[in-house]
Design a protein around this ligand. Structure first.
Ligand SMILES: CC(C)(COP(=O)(O)OP(=O)(O)OC[C@H]1O[C@@H](n2cnc3c(N)ncnc32)[C@H](O)[C@@H]1OP(=O)(O)O)[C@@H](O)C(=O)NCCC(=O)NCCS
Length: 242
C-alpha cells in the first residue's frame, strides 16, 4: 500500500518522541502521525486494499484521512509492541477491535493522530487523546461544561492561561473516559471526574460518582500530558488486570 508507506515515511521525519515527553513506561507504546502528511499520501492514485476500501467507502474526505491516520498509528504502535495485526483494525460499536490480549486507544485532531497500545496482562485500561489548543473565546464558553468552579481555581494555580488549562483538562478527561469506557460501557459527562491535583507532567483526576461497582467515586487516576506546540497529548494508562 504505497500511500501508507509514504505517510509512514513522512512521520519518521516529523514525529517528535512523544513517548519520552509523556514519560510512558517501555511497555506502553505510542505512535503519532501528521494529518497533512496522511492527507497528501492519500491523494496518491493507488487504490487501497479491499478491507480498507470497504472501511473508507461512506466516509467524508476529512473522516477518511483521520481514520486512516489513526489506523496507521495503531499498526505502528502494535508493531512496537511486537504484535502484527490486521490492517486496518476492524470496527465494532465505533471502537477499533484490538488483537486478543492487547489494549489500545486512538485519537485525532486537525493536525495529528496518535495511537497507544499495551498488553492486557500488564494494564487494565488505556486511553489517549490529542487536542488542538482551544481558542480563548471558545475556552471561556465551554469552561462550565468542562469543569466546576472549584476545579478551575485549583487548575488555574498550575496553568494560568485559560485556553491552555481548559484544553488540558478537556483532553485529560477525554483520555480518562476513553480508557474506562471499554470497561464500563457507559457514557459519562465531563463532571463525572474532577481535577484534584498536579504532578510533574500529569493531572490527577478523581471520579465524582461510581462509574461502576469497580470504578468508585473517589478513585484517583493520573493522566500524563505533553504539549507539542499548540497541541496537547494526554495519556491514561492504568496498571493491573481488569
Ligand atoms: C468518545 C469521545 C471521547 C471521542 O473523542 P473525540 O475527541 O470525538 O475523538 P478522538 O479523536 O479523541 O477519538 C476518536 C477515536 O476514539 C475511539 N473511540 C470512539 N468512541 C470511543 C469510546 N466511547 N471509548 C473509547 N474510544 C472511543 C475510536 O478509535 C475513534 O477513532 P476512529 O473512529 O477513527 O477509530 C467523545 O466523542 C465523547 O463522547 N466525549 C464525551 C465523553 C467524555 O469525554 N466524558 C468525560 C468524562 S470525565
Amino acid at each position: 500500500m504505497r500511500w501508507r508507506t509514504r505517510a509512514c515515511s513522512f512521520m519518521e521525519a516529523w514525529s517528535p518522541d512523544i513517548s519520552k515527553m509523556l514519560g510512558l513506561p517501555q511497555d506502553v507504546t505510542l505512535s503519532g502521525i501528521s494529518i497533512p502528511a496522511v492527507r497528501e499520501a492519500m491523494e496518491e492514485p493507488l487504490p487501497p486494499g479491499p478491507a480498507l476500501r470497504f472501511a473508507l467507502e461512506d466516509m467524508s474526505a476529512k473522516r477518511r484521512t483521520e481514520f486512516a491516520a489513526g489506523r496507521i498509528c495503531a499498526a505502528r504502535s502494535l508493531r512496537k509492541l511486537g504484535v502484527i495485526a490486521e490492517f486496518p483494525l476492524p470496527v465494532r460499536d465505533r471502537l477499533p477491535v484490538w488483537p486478543s490480549g492487547v489494549l489500545g486507544s486512538i485519537s485525532h485532531c486537525a493536525t495529528m493522530a496518535v495511537a497507544m497500545t499495551a498488553m492486557k496482562s500488564r494494564y487494565c485500561a488505556l486511553g489517549v487523546d490529542v487536542e488542538s489548543l482551544i481558542d480563548p473565546g471558545v475556552a471561556l464558553e465551554i469552561q462550565p461544561s468542562v469543569c466546576r468552579d472549584g476545579e478551575w481555581i485549583g487548575l488555574e494555580n498550575h496553568v494560568p492561561c485559560r485556553a491552555r488549562s481548559v484544553t488540558l483538562l478537556f483532553s485529560a478527561k477525554e483520555a480518562l473516559y476513553k480508557a474506562l469506557y471499554p470497561l464500563t460501557g457507559r457514557f459519562e459527562d465531563f463532571h463525572a471526574a474532577e481535577f484534584c491535583g498536579c504532578e510533574a507532567g500529569a493531572l490527577v483526576l478523581r471520579l465524582t460518582h461510581d462509574w461502576t461497582s469497580c470504578w468508585r467515586a473517589g478513585t484517583r487516576i493520573r493522566v500524563r500530558y505533553a504539549w507539542l506546540d499548540r497541541m496537547v497529548v494526554s495519556a491514561a494508562f492504568i496498571p493491573g488486570k481488569p
